[in-house]
Design a binder for this molecule. Sequence first.
Ligand code: GLN
Ligand code: ZN
Length: 768
Amino acid sequence: MVTTHNLGFPRIGGNRELKFALESLWQGKTHAANLQATAEQLRARHWAYQKSCDYRPVGDFSLYDHVLDTSFLLGNIPERAGSGDTLQQYFRVARGRAHNTDDCGCTRAGEMTKWFDTNYHYIVPEFDAQTQFALNPERLLGELSEARQQGGKVKPVLLGPVTYLWLGKARDGSNKLDLLESLLEIYSQLLQRLEDAGVEWVQLDEPILATDLSPEWKQALERSCHRFKTQKINLLLSTYFGALEDNLQLACTLPVAGLHIDAINNPKEVTRVVDWLPAHKVLSLGVIDGRNIWKTDLNAALEWLQPLADKRGDGLWLAPSCSLLHVPVDLTNESALDPEIKSWLSFAVQKLEELAVLAKALNHGCESVAQALEDNKAAILGRRSSTRVHNASVQAAMGQINAEFGQRRSPFPTRAALQRQALNLPEFPTTTIGSFPQTDEIRSLRRRYKLGELQQMEYERLIKQEIERAVSVQEELGLDVLVHGEAERNDMVEYFGEQLQGYAFSEKGWVQSYGSRCVKPPILYGDISRPSGMTLQWIQYAQSLTQKPLKGMLTGPVTMLNWSFVRDDQKRSRTALQLALAIREEVQQLEAAGIQIIQIDEAALREGLPLRRTEWQGYLDWAVEAYRISANGVSDSTQIHTHMCYSEFNDIIAAVAQMDADVITIESSRSDMELLNAFEKFSYPNDIGPGVYDIHSPNIPTVEQIVENMRRAAQRIPAERLWVNPDCGLKTRKWDEVLSALSNMVSAARALRDVSEPAETNTLMANG
Ligand code: GLN
Ligand code: ZN
């Protein structure tokens, strides 16, 4: 008999109940008890959804983040969490304050970063040489008894000690692994407590097994598992998000009772794991994609699972590939989705139904689930042959792509000279990244238009008013390259997705990004085409209002891809090319209408990097090519910009240079111009605007700070290739903040021009 289990369930709630409960507590509208009650209801509901699983997870629920929960479980709580109850301390670490009027003041929020290659962000554990751990198991034990009240078997989920250390940062530069021994002591105590509570199996997540590990980290995994060997409790060592590769032998031989692997992102390795994993150990296969929203081909899965089930008998477990945290809750909540497209999809609840069908087929024969298998087959075949998915003219256009598509006509120096002539910009040109404040009025405008409460003409008139305001503000400030302000866009991917064929949108397909924040990734289901222009009317209108050059604003193909749920029936690289062709058409339309500067944002290019270094180049090759195809179908005098929102650049700087944008604007001030380190060894060839102030903070940068940041930039990049701009778009800021900050930015640029004018008194370059 195969056993089924789940690694984790989305916490946020099908209607984002957790989000609203959190935010009303922070706003002081409710009490902690209300939040806890909502959380308890959600947990109960989620366990009920999972009742078909032989083992349901416990401890996967979190009020904010499971890595932060682990820090609290292990007593690794930064001092600045202050006094008060645990929940207050927890939110202080999570977000800088327990609630919006926290009189403990704003402490520094814990650093947040991406959970492996997903779009989920965790709070980075903090260590130093003195870190001491202490077990706080009450929350976990409480949830254990809560879950048991529902009956059925449960399986506590723990973030493994080695991955926990790996994810954290030692602020004093000490070696995190020096803490391993004391950490293992706490985990041993915890496992003992769980054993005493009658727990049979614990899921010990060590997803770092899917990454490149140095010998020290491999050894740490060994030490950890050997340490727990004496305990009676069964450990299911779990890894996901990729292949084990050179960690395979290690993973199979560690002294644990079972191993879970991701058979979706790693199908080729299953046979090797089956060979290596001793027969007495449980093999858990993640056979349902926990990262994407397509139905599983159950008949195909059964075909390869049946022989394994015969071979391993009770030792075979089945599960989703990873926690379902990364998919929306329930497809039945979607009433507006096109029924044909809906029939191809599966959210968390449906994924567990699929799992149950697989198990029943293996345990009781396919006849026992004949109808479900038949329905599944129809859906899979329907999707495969649907004319909604396959578009002959897109295929034909793909066939037309040749090497010239990605190639500008002339090299950068030639282009730059022509652009200088055409644009006549001053030294240190100033610009912004695209969006201006998204006020409540703008949001309500768009909402009313969507609901049909506003007629199109009226909507357009009001958006145009916003554009007028943005343009006149920029003229008054004295910026050099203007933008239209993006008032018509709710989201930089959704806005374009809604106008492209091949994209669908859910109503409630929310996925947690961090804490109470969720994203609703669009669903890219079919061949991408662009039925008509997407941006021209706004950009052209904005340009008509000013003599200064206006920068047309688009989202790049790789960002469209990385921030969507993407079809799994063709390579991502191919889908990226289709997106690139659609954006290329838009670029060419803007150019033909006289727009001389076009920015193609690739905010998410870096986050698509594979977990394994060996796969980076392959990804970067096609990602850069897709970008180039989108951007490079223009004449030399048209200036192409791109923008990226991160500063960890050293790794990919060569690929970024290959994008060959005439100008790149990049986040850098938040990380104290750390970005500039990338230019120490690599001389970036084109123009660059290192963000001179942090737009994530309401603080207004002073002229001096901006000048100083630019001076530092000029040490690494010739001044004549530098632009002056903020870190990122301004949509989350208030107008008064934007006005003061940009006014200082323009003054700073003028100051820089004044000193850099006469070559012999070039203090900017001299002082640095
Ligand atoms: N053009 C977008 C904006 O200004 C870019 C956003 C981003 O980089 N995340 O809002
Ligand atoms: Zn940005």
